[in-house]
Design a protein around this ligand. Structure first.
Ligand SMILES: [Zn+2]
Ligand SMILES: [Zn+2]
Length: 278
């Protein structure tokens, strides 16, 4: 079995508005996304298909064929005001996850009709580089994921209280420098769930951003993790321990929606935690 991933880009504007809500309720739910004139994004769509490789061509699907379907999608959205120009969104709210779910369903139908050897694995839609949705089930019973990324800058020193000074120096090397060193941490928080048709969302994005701001950014940004935070006073601030601590800080506020915490310590190191069940 082989997986193949292709990217396409399009630019479009949208607004969030539920005609069944009062004006006040729309503003409360969607904030500045309510503006009747819309605002826009450079979207990036990432599509992954899978299947067996054809023995004659050596391919799961000819990229030309996949591109034909992807062009049909970008043709529907590129340089459009989605709410007014796309009939499927005259009542549906064009959030990242709702758009990704629509595109997933459209592509699955097209592949099934014309390229049945290639099956759709996942659709990922980036509204911007720091916000994206992954959808891997059909709409209606869609379980979608929404990921938002955040950054904070902090100093730390890798040093374990369970080891001698010499062992610490040997294991952690220059990261054991007694005065510490620092990183621009890039944090990814993923929530999953069903899309609420009234809001088009899995989880209120404004609330998600507020929770991460309060629980993580305010606590760790521009701090020395070992010296200035309670969490790492006696805990070695490795990437593994940081994702676990952040998971525990977010879990009480995001509940079962929280599905993943990812952390780039540097552009070359990435850590991930999905709870004990995963
Ligand atoms: Zn937007
Ligand atoms: Zn470090």
């Amino acid at each position: 079995m082989y997986h193949l991933t292709r990217f396409v880009e399009f630019e479009a504007s949208h607004r969030y508005w539920n005609p069944d809500f009062s004006e006040e309720e729309n503003w409360r739910t969607f904030g500045k996304c309510v503006s009747p004139y819309g605002h826009g994004h450079n979207y990036v769509l990432r599509v992954t298909v899978y299947g067996e490789s054809d023995p004659q061509t050596g391919m799961v699907i000819n990229i030309k064929e996949l591109d034909r379907f992807l062009k049909e999608i970008t043709g529907q959205f590129d340089h459009k005001f989605i709410n007014l120009d796309h009939p499927a969104f005259s009542r549906r709210i064009p959030t990242t996850e709702t758009l990704a779910a629509y595109m997933r369903d459209y592509l699955e139908d097209r592949l099934r009709a014309e390229q049945p050897a290639a099956r759709l694995f996942r659709v990922r839609l980036y509204e911007e580089p720091t916000l994206w949705s992954d959808v891997s089930g059909g709409e209606g019973n869609t379980m979608a994921a929404l990921t938002k990324s955040f950054s904070f800058s902090a100093a730390h020193r890798l040093h374990s209280p369970h080891l001698s000074d010499e062992q610490n120096r040997e294991i952690f090397g220059k990261c054991n420098n007694p005065h510490g060193h620092g990183h621009n941490y890039e944090l990814e928080v993923t929530v999953t769930g069903a899309i609420d048709p009234r809001t088009g969302m899995i989880f209120d994005l404004v609330e998600l951003m507020q929770v991460v701001q309060e629980e993580v950014i305010e606590r760790f940004d521009h701090k020395h993790l070992n010296r200035e935070t309670e969490e790492f006073h006696n805990l070695n601030p490795t990437g593994e321990n940081i994702v676990h601590v952040i998971w525990n800080l977010l879990k009480p506020r995001l509940g079962t929606h929280l599905s993943r915490v990812g952390l780039w310590e540097t552009p070359k190191n990435f850590f991930e935690y999905q709870g004990e069940d995963a």
